[in-house]
Design a protein around this ligand. Sequence first.
Ligand code: SF4
Ligand code: SF4
Length: 142
Amino acid sequence: MPPKHFVCKQCGQCCTELTGGYLGTVNRKQLRAWLKEAPDYVGDWVQYIGYGLYDYFISPTTGEYATRCPWLRNYKADRYLKKGFRCQIQDNKPPTCVEFPLTVSHALACNCLGFSHLSDEQVEALLAAEKKLDDPPSGNEG
Ligand code: SF4
Ligand code: SF4
């Protein structure tokens, strides 16, 4: 799960710019959930690779990985016609999407706006706390 204080602004940056973010493998259980949502579509874009795992999203016509996630949808966020993006499979999205961003520094490196509602000082404090967790264990712990 993303770190505490993260709030997705639905800017779509992670789904449109991080092209590798939505690619990966799923197990049979998750694939079944996808098939329920879009049986005609998903079936064509998934390939069984063995060990109970399926590779997604591969174009059935070119055999190449998709360059944009097929589940991304535009929507008008409010009556002032501000636009946003929405994941059509929010409850069943791939693990990489569920986990994104892994850390505050990960979010910043990917231009994710998930912490843009915080002040610079608050973000700095979160980064400092995160940095401490990055330090390798001393060897004298527990
Ligand atoms: S599955 Fe949803 S969250 Fe993941 S890249 Fe596609 S639209 Fe974005
Ligand atoms: S880049 Fe961050 S704020 Fe934008 S949609 Fe992705 S997770 Fe949400």
